[in-house]
Design a binder for this molecule. Sequence first.
Ligand SMILES: [Zn+2]
Length: 217
Amino acid sequence: MNTFLYDVKTKCPVCGREFTYTKVRMSHLKVLERRKDLYTKYDGIEPFFYDPIVCPNCGYAALSDVFNNISDEGKKEILSKITTNWTKRKFSGKRTPQKALESYLLSLYCSQLKNDKDIIFAKTCLRIAWIYNILNDSSNENRYLKISLDMYKKAYEGFEAYDGEIQLIYMIGELNKILGYRDEALKWFNKVINHPDRKNHSLIVNYAKDEWQSLKI
Ligand SMILES: [Zn+2]
């Protein structure tokens, strides 16, 4: 097995069965590049490929942070819409871009079935766009970037107290920039630069200043 990877056991909150999934030893990784859309390129591995945990027994999938957040109603939906048609298959071990895509698309479908927060949809779609970028599929990349932008905006509009607000505003700016909506991007980068919490988020504020500058040239 790849030395960056290790296996852990967990119990599925939907079907109740134990299974093994694979995690990444982040401390062993070397950063090659940090992009302004907050994607980080590492030497020899794509750690974000391993974020969705997928139960091989019932097909329930979710980003690792929210894997155990599921209501009884959500469980029923997964069991009736996914598990009944599910063919048991392996998601542990090394993930190719195609396997990562399959994991994320399943996770996105489960998010719809269990009514996850908009921010979860936004993050999931952004990462799906990153995978399509790796696969050189620009039309699907663009499609998921647009959905991600819409979901980040929805998350911002329905905002409740949450300490990641400034990152969320930044991502709305950045996605507008990538998609070519210059004026919108400038508006959102300005919101980051003047945000009341800017002193506690210097990295993001500096990114916003750089991006604002690059659009003004
Ligand atoms: Zn399960």
